[in-house]
Design a protein around this ligand. Structure first.
Ligand SMILES: [Fe+2]
Length: 154
């Protein structure tokens, strides 16, 4: 088995410190995954990396508010469990860890997989009343802003 989704989520949950159903919990991850798959299919992104980003990028938060090092902790966590719940080669692991480490830095990337991860997370900012500026998301994601905000109103 190259990828064990259920075992990964169980493992993430076993060390998760904040509200599992909160602002940065599983409902958010599910929307990030949903957006990421849609964007990633159109941008030819690495969909496994995009999925792992959804489950791991906020996995090491210690606070639902300001927590500037959560990306760094999440990247280290992801790196440490490669080979256990998923098996990425070094290039794919670098993409995953870079996307996690810098996801809240306001960066943009020319790498379609990394930018798809950030697009997907940014499209869900509507849940806290923030709407991403088109300069920080891809054109594909820009076309999904209204749809993403509608998901958050339900
Ligand atoms: Fe997030």
């Amino acid at each position: 088995m190259q990828y064990s989704r259920n075992a990964l989520i169980d493992h993430v949950r076993s060390q998760f410190r904040i509200n599992w159903h909160g602002l940065h919990g599983t409902n958010h991850w599910a929307r990030v995954l949903h957006h990421g798959r849609r964007i990633g299919l159109k941008r030819d992104a690495d969909l496994l990396v995009v999925e792992l980003f959804a489950f791991l990028h906020d996995s090491c938060r210690r606070d639902d508010g300001h927590d500037p090092l959560h990306g760094e902790r999440g990247a280290e966590f992801a790196h440490g469990i490669n080979g256990q719940f998923f098996h990425l080669n070094s290039q794919r692991l670098d993409n995953l860890c870079h996307a996690i480490r810098h996801h809240s830095s306001g960066d943009i990337s020319t790498n379609p997989t990394i930018q798809t991860c950030w697009d997907a997370d940014r499209l869900d900012l509507g849940r806290v009343g923030i709407f991403p500026s088109p300069e920080f998301i891809s054109d594909v994601a820009s076309e999904m802003i209204d749809y993403a905000n509608e998901l958050n109103r339900r």
